[in-house]
Design a protein around this ligand. Sequence first.
Ligand code: SF4
Length: 69
Amino acid sequence: MKIRLDPERCTGHGRCYVLAPEVFDEDDAGRCVLKHAAVPSELHEQARKGVESCPEHALVIEETGAVTS
Ligand code: SF4
C-alpha cells in the first residue's frame, strides 16, 4: 500500500497520526509526515483509519496491494 500526502491540504490538526501512529508522524508544525514509503501489510487497517479520518482529504491511498519487499 502506498499513501500520497498533499501537503497543501494538510492543516496539521493531527487526526491521522493520533489514530494511526505507526503509519503517520508529525513534523515540528504538527503536520503529517508519512513514516513508510510503502505501508507494510500489517499496518493497512490502521493506515485506512488514518486516511479516512483526515477531514481535509489530504491523504489518498494510491495503491492497495500488499508489500512483499
Ligand atoms: S488528519 Fe489530515 S490535515 Fe490533519 S494532520 Fe493528518 S493529513 Fe494533515
